[in-house]
Design a protein around this ligand. Structure first.
Ligand code: NAD
Length: 385
């Protein structure tokens, strides 16, 4: 099987998410790191790409140069990852889709719902794959929970409770720190702070595991550090299309919580719980039964989870390998489209542009609701109403 060519925009030296993509894309041997425009500083970007093994003529100074350079090549990249700051995602993703490239875009996919709809339509019109890096959906035991819901093991789902609350911006003395301040500044971050940054991961998990969509929601936003214009804490009540009740708490001032992403799903026959800091385990309780722990790697685990597991039981597969799972699925999807062969259904669980759009619609709905004192609002993108 020949390797696919992969390129990256953003994710330069010292960036937060860049290393996870480089580890993820190359972990399973599906992709060669062939091209990059890695940094806002052209010279730094070129030098860093070459230090990572990218050929000099494919170590580009900016994304427009990369688009022009790659378009005309026989061995053009099969997939480009967009890992730049949020406000640039739409323009870069759209340009690469229109030029016929497959794209994996970081979250949030766009800054507005309209842009999100445009990306979904552009991907459809061009026949290219547009994925969004909701990497928590690619943890083996999250996939296993999706299987448990889909197979009816939990019965009809009554309630989902999701949290993505950490304490890393709790220091009021940090309010003027430039690395923190931009996140609460609408000019840089958009309409929402913590909800758009972390809340959408938890909401995406709620929909991924239940196989359902958010229809309406009611939100309470707070800026607990008064100089912050955008929210640093949000509580969101939501409803899924099949009537499931949803609760979401997302915060940056929760001192003592570290990564702080966890989710519980309560069905009529049982409940499950997953915590990102113990990612290899699902706590499972049957109605009127004791709690048992399902371990990644144990016998009888679902095909959906086994498909994305590599190392033996009790050995954690954390964040970079979850990102790698997105790349494994993307490699399968790219090859299937290229060769005109059917895609293995086990590889078709990667998050697509539709998930990026639904997230943006939910973010805008939370903002509208919070401004209207928690009024319930429609959270569906207009094109899906
Ligand atoms: P960062 O500020 O740490 O790094 C951004 C990198 O992009 C830097 O190397 C910068 O030089 C480069 N860059 C900026 N503008 C560019 C441009 N126009 N062209 C090329 N390179 C450019 O940011 P980060 O924390 O790595 O976040 C990047 C994106 O990844 C954000 O959208 C963020 O929301 C997302 N992210 C996602 C996850 C996840 O779990 N999926 C986690 C962290 C960050």
């Amino acid at each position: 099987m020949t390797k696919l060519n992969w390129g990256m925009i953003g994710g330069g030296e010292g960036s937060q998410i860049g290393p996870a993509h480089r580890l993820g894309a190359q972990a399973d041997g599906h992709f060669t790191f062939a091209a990059g425009a890695l940094d806002i500083d052209a010279d730094k970007g070129r030098a860093y790409a070459q230090s990572l093994g990218v050929a000099a003529d494919r170590a580009y100074g900016n994304w427009q140069e990369m688009l022009d350079g790659e378009k005309g090549r026989e061995d053009r990249i099969d997939l480009v990852t967009v890992a730049t700051p949020n406000s640039t995602h739409y323009e870069i993703t759209k340009a690469f889709l229109e030029a016929g490239f497959n794209v994996l875009c970081e979250k949030p996919m766009t800054m507005t719902v309209e842009e999100g709809e445009d990306i979904v339509r552009t991907a459809e019109a061009t026949g290219r794959i547009c994925a969004v890096n909701y990497c928590y959906s690619a943890y083996p035991m999250v996939r296993h929970m999706r299987h448990m819901v889909a197979s009816g093991e939990l019965g009809a789902i009554r309630c989902v409770v999701a949290n993505f609350s950490h304490g890393h911006h709790a220091d009021a003395g940090d309010a003027d720190n430039p690395r923190v301040r931009w996140r609460y500044d609408p000019a840089m971050a958009g309409v929402s702070g913590q909800m758009a940054d972390c809340g959408i991961h938890a909401l995406n998990l709620a929909t991924f595991i239940t196989g359902d969509e958010v229809t309406t929601l009611s939100a309470d936003f707070a800026s607990t550090i008064p100089s912050r214009v955008l929210e640093d804490d949000a509580m969101v009540n939501f409803r899924l299309s099949k009537g499931t009740i949803g609760r979401l708490w997302t915060s940056t001032i929760a001192i003592g919580r570290m990564h702080g992403l966890d989710i519980q799903v309560f069905g009529e026959k049982g409940g499950v719980r997953w915590h990102s800091e113990q990612p290899g385990q699902v706590w499972y309780t049957r109605l009127n039964g004791r709690t048992e722990i399902i371990e990644k790697g144990e016998g009888g685990i679902s095909e959906m989870a086994a498909h994305v597991s590599r190392v033996p039981i009790a050995h954690p597969e954390g964040f970079p390998l979850a990102v790698a799972n997105i790349y494994v699925d993307l490699a399968a999807a790219i090859r299937a489209r290229r060769d005109g062969t059917p895609l293995d259904p086990a590889a078709d669980h990667f998050p697509k542009a539709e998930a990026g759009l639904r997230s943006m619609a939910s973010v805008y709905a939370t903002v509208a609701s919070a401004k209207a004192d928690g009024a319930w609002v429609d959270a569906r993108p207009p094109m899906y109403r």
